[in-house]
Design a protein around this ligand. Structure first.
Ligand SMILES: NC(=O)c1ccc[n+]([C@@H]2O[C@H](COP(=O)([O-])OP(=O)(O)OC[C@H]3O[C@@H](n4cnc5c(N)ncnc54)[C@H](O)[C@@H]3O)[C@@H](O)[C@H]2O)c1
Length: 273
């Protein structure tokens, strides 16, 4: 039973219980999908993904998403394990050493910058290109990547990851058109509220920002479980004409200038009525 029954999915990026991909994987399984998990070798060694795989009977395969040989081996093996073409893919992958080392935007290290872009954005292109060449994704399949609103608005401290997200959303549109015409494959980005995860925690301002967006979002921040629900909907046949979009799962934050909660915070801090 479930809206993903008979569907086969490939999930990149679950590291530990806080990971957005972890929540997505569990929700997809609840909805009846059969899954293969993947992450880079070091994350498999250091993270908890092996536990997710073993406890839920999800095969786990290593793949560095910057490496096209890894990707093509992964896609072949995943189809073998799933017993057919892949119906949906979650790309939940990002990393910035510039961000981790708190280098300011004007002083970022260019080697790290290239790596940020490669891991966090070009990897989606590599996965899609390889999948297209080998026809690994079923006709009408669905691919979702996770983005953040700093792709389009300046956000202090988010550094080169903002550039990566802007490119990522552009790849969603461009490859969405190409893959859509070729094989009817849908490609969308979910622009998620700040969420307390390993990658999220690398950003120095995360704790303050999380509280700020909670106050500035009419519906409050979207949780990792909320993100999983949106991904499940996008993977399902209920959204089969939705493609090339950035979908905001952010409680309305991106459309809001001021809320009563923010005014209340100012009243408290200034003492003015
Ligand atoms: N946490 C947030 O606030 C937030 C908000 C919006 C969007 N996102 C995005 O969601 C996605 C998932 O991040 P998360 O917050 O769940 O954090 P996370 O740290 O749990 O996930 C990031 C994943 O990327 C993987 N990864 C890094 N380099 C890789 C490589 N070379 N090959 C394969 N995998 C690699 C990591 O091992 C990890 O599993 C990211 O794209 C992130 O930017 C996060």
């Amino acid at each position: 039973m479930g809206i993903l029954r008979n569907k086969k999915g490939l999930i990149f990026g679950a590291l530990d219980e806080r990971s957005l991909a972890w929540h997505v994987a569990k929700r997809c399984q609840e909805e009846g999908a059969q899954l293969v998990l993947s992450n880079v070798e070091s994350a498999i060694k250091l993270g908890d993904i092996r536990r997710l795989a073993e406890e839920n009977d999800m095969p786990l395969l290593a793949c560095d998403v910057t490496n096209t040989t890894d990707i093509s081996q992964l896609l072949a093996k995943a189809q073998e394990l799933l017993g057919g073409k892949i119906d949906f893919v979650l790309h939940a992958v990002a990393q910035s050493v510039n961000l981790r080392r708190h280098l300011s935007y004007e002083n970022l290290n260019y080697e790290y910058f290239k790596r940020t872009i490669d891991i966090s954005a070009i990897s989606l292109h590599k996965i899609l290109k390889t999948a297209m060449e080998t026809d690994a994704i079923a006709e009408g399949g669905s691919v979702v990547t996770l983005s953040f609103i700093a792709s389009e608005r300046y956000m202090h401290g988010y550094n080169d990851m903002a550039d990566a997200k802007a490119l990522l959303e552009s790849i969603v549109r461009q490859m969405g058109a190409v893959y859509g015409e070729k094989r009817g494959v849908r490609i969308n980005a979910v622009s998620q509220s700040p969420t307390q995860t390993k990658a999220g925690g690398v950003w120095k301002e995360m704790d303050h920002f999380y509280e700020y967006t909670e106050d500035l979002s009419p519906l409050g921040n979207a949780s990792a479980d909320d993100c999983a629900d949106v991904c499940v909907a996008l993977f399902s046949d209920l959204m089969k004409k939705v493609t090339m979009q950035t979908i905001y799962n952010d409680g309305g934050y991106g459309r809001t200038m001021l809320t009563e909660s923010v005014i209340e915070r100012f009243r408290e801090s200034t003492g003015k009525k």
